[in-house]
Design a protein around this ligand. Structure first.
Ligand code: SF4
Ligand code: SF4
Length: 262
């Protein structure tokens, strides 16, 4: 007979190439974390506990991108162990800031940065998890919004669709009554192409969005690039705007490459 503890859904949290910030967002949930720990068995979470139980797991959260041959094999094992696989954050969903190397010679970068580059074992590209295995849900952000993570976990436990917005940051500006920085101040802002989730934080402090939540569901990046040009921004500025934390998300990647080779 199963004990009450064993009957709880088993949660596992895995890390690949990343800064750990999205895992910290889960630990930062504080009060809710106790309730979560009551609802699931935290079976594998090396960032938080030395108690690491073997799979299978009901829910796997994956932070980080794939940057080594070893990790490309490990994500296949992780996928086999998890009934539901969720990627969390810009690294896992879009390759992360480390994907900026995807347009460079990674060997040359290693030679410049490391005293003994031969110690490194890496692949040419930093790629999102979904380029390697099927993913059930992608939660965006750099880092993720902890309220969105809790909503996602609650939805998975309840067997319902998560209520995570796919519209743009502009909608959040309108909701909180923030005057548009692009219209009123002529500042470039990636908000029209970026997925909501931060509460339009940057425009609320009179600066443009730089896209840390990644592309919204249907971004019109061509139109936004034109708007940047009308504000006096040249092609290199547009390339830089789209090549941030989510540079390898295909919508931003395409926009940056179109700006680079118009
Ligand atoms: S400030 Fe940026 S995010 Fe806000 S409404 Fe204007 S363009 Fe959209
Ligand atoms: S960069 Fe954009 S998505 Fe990120 S916190 Fe600022 S407004 Fe929000």
């Amino acid at each position: 007979m199963k004990s009450k503890t064993q009957a709880k859904p088993r949660l596992a949290v895995f890390k690949f190439a990343s800064c750990d910030g999205c895992q910290l967002s889960l630990l930062d949930a504080e009060d809710e974390l106790l309730a979560l720990a009551g609802a699931v068995e935290i079976a594998y979470f090396p960032e938080a506990s030395s108690r690491m139980l073997k799979g299978p797991y009901d829910i796997g959260l994956v932070e980080g991108s794939i940057t080594t041959h070893h990790d490309a094999e490990r994500i296949q094992q992780v996928r086999r162990q998890c009934r539901v696989l969720v990627t969390i954050g810009a690294c896992a969903t879009a390759g992360g800031i480390q994907a900026l190397r995807n347009w460079q010679d990674v060997g040359e970068m290693a030679r410049v940065v490391y005293a003994t580059p031969s110690y490194l074992s890496t692949v040419k590209l930093s790629t999102p998890i979904a380029e390697h295995v099927p993913v059930d849900f992608e939660l965006r952000g750099c880092p993720i919004n902890k309220a969105q993570l809790l909503e996602l976990l609650c939805a998975l436990l309840a067997g319902r669709k998560p209520s995570i917005p796919t519209h743009s940051v502009c909608m959040e500006c309108k909701r909180r009554g923030t005057v548009c920085v692009m219209v009123a101040r002529g500042l470039p802002c990636l908000g029209p192409a970026t997925q909501a989730g931060c509460g339009a934080l940057c425009p609320a402090y009179a600066r443009g969005c730089y896209g840390c939540f990644g592309p919204m569901e249907t971004p019109n990046t061509a139109s936004l690039s034109e708007r940047y040009r009308s504000l006096g921004r040249a092609s290199p500025d547009i390339v830089r705007a789209f090549r941030g934390f989510n540079a390898w998300a295909w919508q931003f990647r395409q926009a940056s490459e179109e700006a680079e080779h118009p």
